[in-house]
Design a protein around this ligand. Structure first.
Ligand code: BDR
Ligand code: CA
Length: 326
């Protein structure tokens, strides 16, 4: 039995890696994708998603446009210096005639939560606006979802967009707070672990020669992304933010240190706005779960993601060409 997964993303370069990982994972069935503002506008992210799905011959997965603005304020223009102007490292992926569905992403998530009541899993790798809007429309959503696995936050390391805040949370702190406060179990995959997992040039070269066109596209998009990380790591490579959340959600990568602790998001207007305030007191002798805490914070994983992810991406085969029958 495959597990149904709804994927919410702001399709930039690492979101594309996460998408390819999910498509390559036999454990799960991707039943819907929502696009949200973040690395690019929601519309551009959805265009990227549809084109990547077409490359993988997975036009059967419904894709919905979600919110282009955070709950408070407006879309700030994305991160072209990190992900390229088009979000996918400025590479050209062939256009597709596939269109987003008529529902918005929050309604898609709500509908899927009824269709797969008690079985649906959510993987969110962008700002959490769509999830917060869905919770606002129907708070009982939280009872129908098995788990939300989200890439976001920084527990014991600095932020990556402000000194204290990670980008996904900083782009919509109010939404993130609503998602953390809801009753569903949340697995939060913060910068502490995603920055510790790195993809190197030899890994990228293997992706560039993969059989599956979507994997080759991801390898090509990473070329631009690698330049951004030179200042962080001192060499061309990249962090593995969104694919780590995807791999943890699927079960391909296991958390080693992941206590359930209270997590509050700073929604003030001060310098801490967007910070994930994680209560890690009392953890010195080993991970301790706080009674009643519904956010599991992944601080360490069992092994490095890169070798596992590369193998899984290379397992994707090229779609069988459709033969026109006269
Ligand atoms: C997160 O922000 C985005 O730039 C990435 O896609 C990832 O989801 C990392 O902070
Ligand atoms: Ca993302």
């Amino acid at each position: 039995m495959t597990r149904p997964v709804y994927f919410d993303c702001d399709t930039g370069v690492d979101d594309s890696m996460a998408l390819a990982y999910l498509l390559a994972s036999p454990e799960i069935d991707l039943v819907g994708i929502g696009g949200v503002h973040g690395n690019v506008s929601a519309a551009q992210g959805v265009t990227n998603t549809l084109r990547l799905l077409a490359l993988a011959d997975r036009g059967d997965v419904p894709v919905a446009v979600g919110r282009n603005d955070p709950l408070v304020g407006e879309f700030a223009g994305g991160a072209p210096h990190v992900h390229g102007v088009n979000g996918i490292g400025n590479i050209e992926i062939p256009a597709t005639s596939a269109m987003p569905i008529g529902e918005d992403a929050a309604d898609l998530l709500l509908r899927l939560s009824h269709e797969y009541d008690g079985n649906l899993e959510v993987v969110a790798v962008g700002p959490l606006t769509n999830l917060a809007v869905a919770l606002h429309r129907d708070p009982s959503l939280a009872e129908r979802v098995v788990r939300v696995t989200a890439m976001g936050g920084a527990a014991l390391v600095p932020g990556n967009i402000t000194p204290l805040a990670e980008a996904n949370i900083a782009h919509d702190p109010e939404a993130a707070q609503a998602v953390m406060a809801a009753s569903w179990p949340v697995t939060l995959v913060p910068l502490d672990t995603t920055l510790a997992n790195v993809l190197d040039e030899d890994d990228r070269e293997r992706l560039c020669t993969a059989e599956a066109p979507i994997v080759r596209a991801v390898g090509a998009a990473l070329d631009y992304y690698f330049d951004f990380y030179v200042d962080e790591y001192g060499r061309r490579c990249s962090a593995l933010h969104d694919p780590l959340a995807a791999a943890i959600a699927v079960g391909g990568m296991l958390p080693r240190v992941a206590p359930a602790v209270p997590v509050e998001v700073d929604v003030t207007d001060g310098p801490g706005r967007g910070q994930t305030v994680c209560d890690l007191r009392g953890q010195r002798l080993g991970p301790v779960d706080h009674p009643g805490a519904n956010v599991r914070l992944v601080l360490e994983t069992e092994g490095p993601l890169a070798p596992h992810m590369v193998e899984r991406l290379l397992s994707l085969t090229a779609p069988v060409a459709t033969v026109a029958i006269a």
